[in-house]
Design a protein around this ligand. Structure first.
Ligand code: UN1
Length: 513
């Protein structure tokens, strides 16, 4: 399948043995500890990254702040042109970057390519948007007055991303922020730092080729302490953070304490409702990809199937059969469906979830387990598992970032299923499988799904970039990517202009001198 191997991919992406984790573009400097990145695919060391110290951070931030002054004055379509070139470079490097994503994170090569495609798509979207970014014009209540609103660049945007989408989530944020006139500081997950190096190299090249200053794209690396430098920094008006709800609660409080803005994209507990009118074949494809794709480590992964009792056994049998056909192994081998989870901690969480669901009374119908032996030396390959459970189980209410699927049964009408679907703390993605118009519309209505994403006859994962992406409740309320998500990266200003020789006050107030 491969036209070149991982070593060639790393070379194409400018990744070396030891990489500077603090970068303002082509200037790299780093004095922190060494972070080693091991591949969950084969357990081998991919490369090392030098983490960011406080001094490194301050130097970087100073450069970013200066860069903002220049970048914000460039016309937005010109900023769009730079993002267009960035998208072109991503097209050139798609195979190499897709491979690295697969190798460092463990998702299938196809999904690695898909992730790079999301980056390319958001660049295209951002280019078009760079000629828009429009506010409204309103009618003033006063004669001879004009009122309108405009959007100005915001400043330095902090991006904290997770290991599971180690490149795309950064791109959603940074491509929009750049066309909005902001400069970005990215802290990738310490579980996928090499992906961060590769992306920063691509971005740096583009800014340099355009004679633009250092500091429009910045990278920092390290653990939560480095993240904290960013979240507590008053020079950073917006923090966009993707990750666990636990992390999000800490970030939200740190940012709020200084009245900064945060855009949070946190955990999901996504369900597919399968009604008596569902197309079973489509249900199986959607549910199985949703549950085992990316080894169950998407925030949109399908965790729960809420199945009507009349079709429960049919759906259950079909899904068990499909699981029987899954091939688990090296994700760079395209004949495999499921790769490894990110690390041994993730394996432990997976094992704990399976133990807990049994302890709470659940019934395992597709056995899990950790694979060992040839090809599984990293110890990170697990068997996708299925348990029959009850909606109220603690473990079912909880997001386990692993390929564990819970089957839940409902009876009566679709509103009973919707109630189960909504009775969790998270509110990211949701889906209904039905050919019944009444059920579909009820699911999408005000009495329906309470999630940020609600799909009909599509699974819970694999959203397109054109829509706003994010969710409610413990998912954090943020919206990234398409639609009007760009607005959060800008500051809105309302302008009222008086072109008369009188000064009438609003609300008809008289103030005669
Ligand atoms: C994530 O898991 O953080 O909708 C993002 C999807 C992808 C993005 C997931 N487009 O599954």
């Amino acid at each position: 399948i491969a036209t070149f191997g991982i070593q060639e991919a790393l070379k194409q992406l400018g990744v070396t043995e030891i990489n500077e984790g603090t970068s303002t573009g082509s200037k790299n400097f780093s004095n922190g500890e060494i972070i080693e990145s091991y591949s969950p695919v084969d357990g081998k060391l991919i490369g090392k990254v030098k983490a960011t110290t406080k001094e490194d951070y301050d130097k970087m931030m100073q450069t970013a702040t200066v860069a903002f002054k220049e970048w914000k004055t460039k016309p937005a379509p010109l900023r769009g042109e730079v993002v267009r070139q960035f998208g072109e470079k991503l097209r050139e490097k798609k195979e190499a970057l897709g491979k690295l994503v697969s190798y460092e994170m463990g998702k299938s090569y196809q999904e690695g390519l898909g992730e790079v495609q999301e980056m390319i798509d958001i660049c295209d979207f951002a280019v078009g948007l760079s000629r828009q970014l429009h506010g409204l014009t309103m009618h003033s209540e006063r004669p001879g007055h004009r009122m309108y609103e405009q959007y100005h660049p915001l400043g330095v945007v902090g991006i904290i991303s997770a290991f599971n989408f180690p490149v795309a989530v950064w791109a959603w944020n940074t491509a929009l922020a750049w066309i909005c006139g902001d400069v970005c500081v990215w802290k990738p997950s310490e579980k996928a730092p090499i992906c961060g190096i590769a992306c920063q190299n691509i971005a740096a090249e583009v800014f340099k080729e355009n004679g633009l200053p250092e500091g429009i794209s910045n990278l920092i690396n390290g653990d939560y302490k480095v993240g904290e430098m960013l979240t507590k920094d008053t020079r950073v008006p917006l923090i966009s953070a993707t990750g666990s709800t636990r992390m999000g609660k800490i970030v939200a409080q740190e940012v709020a304490a200084r009245l900064g803005k945060s855009l949070l994209e946190l955990g999901g507990n996504n369900a597919i409702i399968v009604t008596p009118d569902a197309d079973i074949k489509m249900t199986v494809i959607g549910a199985v990809f949703g549950a085992v794709g990316t080894a169950g480590q998407r925030c949109t992964s399908t965790r729960r199937l809420i199945i009507h009792e009349s079709v429960y056994d049919t759906v259950k049998d079909a899904i068990i059969k499909a699981y029987g056909q899954l091939k688990i192994g090296n994700p760079l081998d395209e004949t495999n469906h499921v790769g490894p989870v990110i690390d041994k901690d993730a394996v432990k969480m997976y094992e704990n979830a399976l133990e807990q669901v049994v302890a709470e009374g659940g019934n395992i119908i597709v056995e899990g387990g950790v694979l060992s032996g040839e090809g599984y030396e990293s110890g990170c390959y697990v068997k996708p598992a299925i348990a029959e459970a009850k909606p109220h189980y603690k473990i079912v209410q909880h997001e386990t970032f692993a390929p564990v699927l819970y089957l839940l049964k409902y009876s009566g009408d679709v509103h009973n299923a919707i109630a189960i679907q909504n009775e969790v703390a998270q509110g990211l993605s949701s889906a209904i499988m039905t050919n019944n118009l009444r059920e579909a519309e009820a699911f999408l209505s005000v009495q329906g799904s309470d999630c940020g994403i609600a799909n009909v006859n599509i699974g819970t994962s694999g959203a397109e970039i054109g829509g706003a992406f994010g969710g409610e409740k413990e998912t954090g309320g943020g919206r990234e990517s398409g639609s009007d998500a760009w607005k959060v990266y800008m500051r809105r200003q309302t302008n009222t202009i008086n072109y008369t020789t009188e000064l009438p006050l609003a609300q008809g107030i008289k103030f005669d001198l």
